[in-house]
Design a protein. Structure first.
Length: 572
C-alpha cells in the first residue's frame, strides 16, 4: 500500500492551530505517511509533529461559516485545526483517520525512523534473560535457565529463555505447559535477596470441573518452597470468577480453567485479591479523562465525576494486592505464585509492583527499564492490542481487548513515587515518557504483542530501541530525580484513600499549565547541583588544609596536636 493513496491533500496553507496554553497560530499543515506536521508562518521554531498512531479519534466540525477538525490523542491531548476550505478539511480528516488505523505494524513509523545519534548501547541486548539470570544466580543456586521454549513453540507469549527450578527438567515443563492456559507455565519472576522466597507467575491451571491433576505442575510450584515452608497462591480474580472459569471452554486446550485444588497443593494457601482488567479499565479511564477535561462545572461536580470514574479505586486494589505479595515474600518469608486467567495483565502489574516495593534496584533508571523489559515486554503483555485505542475511541471501534493496563501500572508506580519521593532515581516525566511510547513511538520497543512477534518482525535489526535513545547522557538527565537519595530498604506504600492522589502530571497536563511546577523542579535541581558543588569544594579545602598543617608540623612552625589522654582502667 502506498501512503500517497490515502493522502488527498498533502499540504495546506492558512491553517490555524489551537492548543492548550498557547495563542492561536497560523501556518502550514502537512500530512505525511506517519505525521501530522504544522509549522508557523511567522516563527520557524513553532512546530508540531504528531504521529498518526497517537490519534485516537478525529472529529469534524463543519458549519456554513467555518470548518475544522479536532484531533483527540491517546496521550489525552486535544488539538484543534481550523481549515478554511471544507473539502480540504474533509480530506485531511479522512487521511488522518485512515493513517491512524493502519494495522500492519511494518508500515508504522519505527520501521522508517533512522536514529540521528550514535548508538552507545544497543537497547535490544541490554536486558537479555541471561543477564537477569546471572543476578538471580548470585542469590540462589536452586534455579536454572531453560530454553525449552526455543522458537516459541511451547508458549508463544513467553521468551525463548525462562527461569525455572533446577530440579524440574524440560520434559516436565512441556507437560506443565499443556496444563496451563495458553501454555504459560509457572516461571520465576523475582527472588528475595534475604529470605530467598520466590515470586512466580503463570496463567490459570486447566483443571475444569473434574479437578484435573498435573503432578509435574505440583512438583514445579513445590520446588519454589524452602524446606519446611509453605507458600501463597494469589489469584487476581474473585472466587466466583475463578470457579466460573472451570465451566468455560478454552480455545487453546478445549477444556475449562479454574484454580489449584487444595487437595493437590496442600503446601499452598490460596488468596483471592480481585483486580479489574480489560474494558473495565478503559471505561474507567474514559470517565476520568472526561472529568479532567470538564472545566465548566463546580468543584463538587468535578469531584463527583472523579469518584464515579472509579480510577483510584482500581489503583488501590492493585497496590493492595502488590503489598500483600511483598509482605508474603518479605515478612512471612514465603514464596508466592501469582496468576489470574491469562496472566498477562493484573498478574504482571502485581509482580512488577511487588519488586518495586522490595528491591531498591528497581527504583533506579536502569533497574526500572529492566523491570519493564522483563515483566512486561518479555512477560507477554500484548501492547499492540491493549494500546490500540485510548479514552477517546468511539464505541464502535472498541473491543474488550483494549485496556490501559500498562498506564494503570505506571499510575501505581507514581503513587509509590509521590509517597517516597527521594527513593526513586527517575522523575514522573520518565513514567509519562514510557506511557506515550507504549501507545505511539518512533522506536520499536513496544511494538508487537509478545517476544515471538517481535522476533518475527525482526525489530532488533529494523528498528531502534527506546532504551538506546533514552539512556544517552544528554537525554537521561532530563528524567532524573533531583531529590534522589538511594534507599536500600523496603518501602511500604500507604493504600489509604487519603494517600492516593490524582496524577495531575499525567491526566491534567493538557488542562492545567505545568510550567510553574516544571520551573520549580528546575530550581530544585539547580540548588541540588550547587549544593553538590559546594560540598565537593569544601572537601577539597579540608584536604588542602590538612596538607598545610602537615607541612607546618614538619617544618616546626606548628606543634602537632596533643594525643588524647588515656582513660585509666577500672580498678587500677
Amino acid at each position: 500500500m502506498e501512503f500517497a493513496e490515502l493522502i488527498k491533500t498533502p499540504k495546506l496553507d492558512r491553517v490555524t492551530l489551537l492548543r492548550s496554553f498557547h495563542p492561536p497560530v497560523e501556518g502550514t499543515l502537512c500530512i505525511t505517511g506517519h505525521h501530522v506536521i504544522f509549522s508557523s508562518r511567522k516563527d520557524s521554531t513553532e512546530e508540531l509533529w504528531l504521529l498518526h498512531r497517537m490519534v485516537d479519534s478525529v472529529e469534524r466540525r463543519i458549519t456554513p461559516t467555518s470548518s475544522s477538525i479536532i484531533l483527540k490523542c491517546k496521550s489525552f491531548r486535544v488539538i484543534h485545526l481550523e481549515i478554511p476550505n471544507v473539502e480540504d478539511c474533509i480530506n485531511v480528516a479522512n487521511s488522518v483517520e485512515w493513517l491512524s488505523s493502519i494495522e500492519d505494524l511494518t508500515l508504522l513509523y519505527p520501521f522508517f525512523h533512522r536514529a540521528m545519534f550514535d548508538l552507545m548501547e544497543d537497547g535490544w541486548t541490554a536486558f537479555l534473560p541471561e543477564m537477569e539470570f546471572s543476578k538471580i544466580k548470585s542469590h540462589s543456586d536452586e534455579w536454572r535457565i531453560s530454553y525449552v521454549n526455543r522458537d516459541h513453540y511451547l508458549c508463544p507469549s513467553y521468551p525463548q529463555a525462562v527461569i525455572v527450578p533446577k530440579n524440574v527438567d524440560d520434559d516436565a515443563l512441556k507437560t506443565i505447559a499443556g496444563f496451563r492456559h495458553l501454555g504459560r507455565f509457572p516461571v520465576l519472576s523475582y527472588i528475595h535477596k534475604e529470605t530467598k522466597a520466590a515470586l512466580l507467575r503463570s496463567s490459570q491451571p486447566m483443571v475444569a470441573n473434574g479437578n484435573k491433576r498435573c503432578k509435574e505442575d505440583e512438583r514445579l510450584v513445590n520446588a519454589a518452597l524452602g524446606t519446611g515452608k509453605k507458600g501463597f497462591i494469589v489469584d487476581t480474580r474473585t472466587q466466583n470468577l475463578a470457579q466460573l472459569a472451570k465451566t468455560k471452554a478454552d480455545s487453546f486446550l478445549g477444556t475449562g480453567g479454574g484454580y489449584e485444588p487444595e487437595m493437590h497443593y496442600p503446601l499452598w494457601r490460596r488468596i483471592h485479591k480481585p483486580i479489574d482488567r480489560y474494558s473495565t479499565l478503559l471505561d474507567s479511564l474514559m470517565k476520568l479523562i472526561e472529568a479532567c477535561n470538564d472545566t465548566s462545572g463546580s468543584v463538587d461536580k468535578w469531584l463527583s465525576k472523579l469518584e464515579s470514574s472509579g480510577w483510584l479505586s482500581h489503583v488501590k486494589d492493585i497496590l493492595t494486592c502488590a503489598c500483600l505479595v511483598a509482605q508474603c515474600l518479605d515478612k512471612d518469608e514465603s514464596s508466592v505464585l501469582v496468576h489470574g486467567g491469562e496472566g498477562m495483565d493484573a498478574t504482571l502489574q502485581v509482580c512488577a509492583l511487588a519488586q518495586i516495593i522490595l528491591d531498591p534496584d528497581c527504583r533506579t533508571v536502569r533497574g526500572f527499564e529492566a523491570l519493564v523489559e522483563r515483566e512486561w515486554l518479555q512477560g507477554g503483555h500484548p501492547f499492540t492490542v491493549r494500546c490500540q485505542h485510548g479514552p477517546f475511541v468511539s464505541p464502535a471501534a472498541r473491543t474488550k481487548e483494549h485496556s490501559p493496563t500498562f498506564l494503570m501500572f505506571l499510575d501505581c508506580v507514581y503513587q509509590i513515587h509521590q509517597q517516597f519521593a527521594c527513593s526513586f532515581e527517575f522523575n514522573e516525566q520518565f513514567l509519562v515518557l514510557l506511557f506515550e511510547h507504549s501507545y505511539a513511538s518512533q522506536f520499536g520497543t513496544f511494538l508487537g504483542n509478545c517476544d515471538k512477534e517481535r522476533k518475527e518482525l525482526n525489530l532488533a535489526q529494523k528498528t531502534v530501541s527506546l532504551w538506546s535513545h533514552v539512556n544517552r547522557p544528554e537525554i537521561i538527565g532530563t528524567y532524573l530525580n533531583p531529590m534522589y537519595d538511594p534507599n536500600n530498604k523496603v518501602i511500604w506504600p500507604s493504600v489509604a484513600p487519603q494517600s492516593l492522589v490524582l496524577w495531575s502530571g499525567m491526566y491534567l497536563r493538557w488542562v492545567l499549565n505545568p510550567s510553574p511546577q516544571m520551573a520549580a523542579w528546575e530550581t530544585i535541581a539547580e540548588i541540588r547541583e550547587k549544593n553538590k558543588e559546594l560540598r565537593s569544594k569544601a572537601i577539597r579545602l579540608r584536604r588542602y588544609l590538612m596538607e598545610l598543617e602537615r607541612e607546618a608540623v614538619d617544618m616546626g612552625v606548628l606543634k602537632p596536636p596533643p594525643l588524647p589522654e588515656e582513660v585509666p582502667l577500672v580498678g587500677s
